[in-house]
Design a protein around this ligand. Structure first.
Ligand code: NAD
Ligand code: ZN
Length: 360
């Protein structure tokens, strides 16, 4: 088993990564000094696959669990679903020492984490991610929240889990398109932090696409180490944590103008990262051959690397980017790369440079 520690003082926690880990969920929770009652929050795709195994393991360790199943998909990140969860928690008499287990992808993790952060002013929670994106990104770092009509993730909190349990076997059932979308975040870690991870991804991509467990364990472990390192230095995004948003300014804009549905998040940030690489070449001297390496790796992973927009769509994209909450004082700031493995945040990018980098 691989273990990565997220170093946050008294709020530190471990990320465990291995195959067949779900059966140890109860035993691992038993080490955390939690109450006897818990609620598993999962979605309608994931619960039928893994909730039984989770509940069996919890029961074996003496925990009394109730399963709350929400509809699959981004719409579950809503106040309405939060209310539904609160009602069920109260009905099952969860109290201060009781805990919540998020069993699912990033949607369930963000929702269940927000419910845990607010129910009774905060009860402990454990992340059991089941998508690649959640293994390497959303389950680690404590950003939890929900969407409003006005935009994604507009209500939320920083609230760290007590444990993250990544069972690699859960990835076996993940649809191919979702899996590839998760690879966009994996590649991001190489670009922003670790040139040798990027090299490894170029080398091992075929094995990764076959979901080889050994490669997955290595790569997910490294991504979690990087996220833990960044979050450990800047938990609430006052500086360094912004580097995790490489490719996200354009990516979020694309998601917004295409009505959250055309692109998966990973697909949108794949286009966004390739565009950011091209801007990096113009503004920070990222070598042209590294732009090509970046584009090629996303392409080999089966991800889109460009988008054709008509003038009206382009204007909507630029407007959406200005509305993103990462914009301050009306200025768009980007994370740009100097070389693969080294990026800088807070880079001002003139608006007129954006359209030309969206397609080759
Ligand atoms: N908190 C953070 O730091 C952070 C970071 C990145 C993304 N996010 C959030 O994460 C969400 C996206 O997460 P996601 O990509 O995991 O999407 P998701 O949770 O919607 O999961 C994708 C789809 O796969 C299904 N699924 C999940 N696990 C499965 C499995 N093992 N087998 C079969 N099907 C499975 C789900 O039911 C869903 O239909 C967004 O809401 C985004 O805002 C949060
Ligand atoms: Zn992302």
């Amino acid at each position: 088993m691989r273990m990565v520690k997220v170093p946050l003082g008294t709020r530190s926690y471990n990320i465990l990564i291995d195959r067949n880990l779900l059966k140890s969920l109860g035993a691992e929770c038993a080490k955390l000094n939690l109450g006897q009652r818990c609620a598993i929050i999962s979605d309608s795709n994931v619960a039928p696959l893994f909730a039984k195994a989770a509940q069996r393991s919890l029961a074996k360790a003496g925990f009394d669990s109730v399963l709350i199943t929400v509809p699959a998909g981004e719409t579950a990140k809503s106040l309405k679903t939060v209310q539904l969860c609160y009602d069920q928690l109260a009905q099952h008499r969860l109290e201060r020492k009781s805990f919540i287990i998020a069993l699912g992808g990033g949607v369930v993790g963000d929702l269940a984490g927000f419910v845990a952060a607010t129910y009774l002013r905060g009860i402990p929670f454990v992340q059991v991610p089941t998508t690649l994106l959640a293994h390497v990104d959303s389950s680690v770092g404590g950003k939890v929240g929900i969407n409003l009509k006005a935009g994604k993730n507009l209500v939320g909190a920083f609230y760290q889990p007590r444990l993250v349990l990544c069972d690699l076997d859960t990835l076996k059932t993940l649809p191919e398109r979702e899996y590839r979308a998760g690879l966009a975040e994996v590649i991001k870690y190489g670009i922003i932090y670790d040139a040798s991870l990027f090299d490894q991804l170029e080398r091992d991509l075929p094995k990764l696409l076959k979901r080889n467990p050994k490669t997955l364990s290595d790569v997910i472990g490294r991504c979690c180490e990087i996220k833990a390192d960044v979050v450990g230095q800047d938990e609430t995004e006052s500086g360094l944590r912004a580097i995790l948003n490489f490719g996200h300014t354009i990516g979020h804009g694309l998601e917004a103008i295409s009505g959250y549905g055309k692109y998966l998040h990973g697909e949108a940030i794949s286009i966004g990262q390739v565009a950011a690489a091209k801007l990096s070449a113009q503004l920070l001297g990222l070598p042209e051959f590294e732009v090509i390496r970046i584009r090629d790796l996303f392409q080999r992973a089966g991800l889109p690397v460009q988008v054709k927009l008509n003038p009206a769509q382009l204007n909507r994209l630029l407007d959406a980017m200005k509305l993103d909450k990462k914009v301050s004082a009306g200025e768009i700031k980007f994370v740009l790369a100097r070389t693969i493995g080294k990026v800088e945040f807070g880079q001002k990018v003139p608006m007129n440079l954006i359209a030309p980098v969206l397609n080759f």
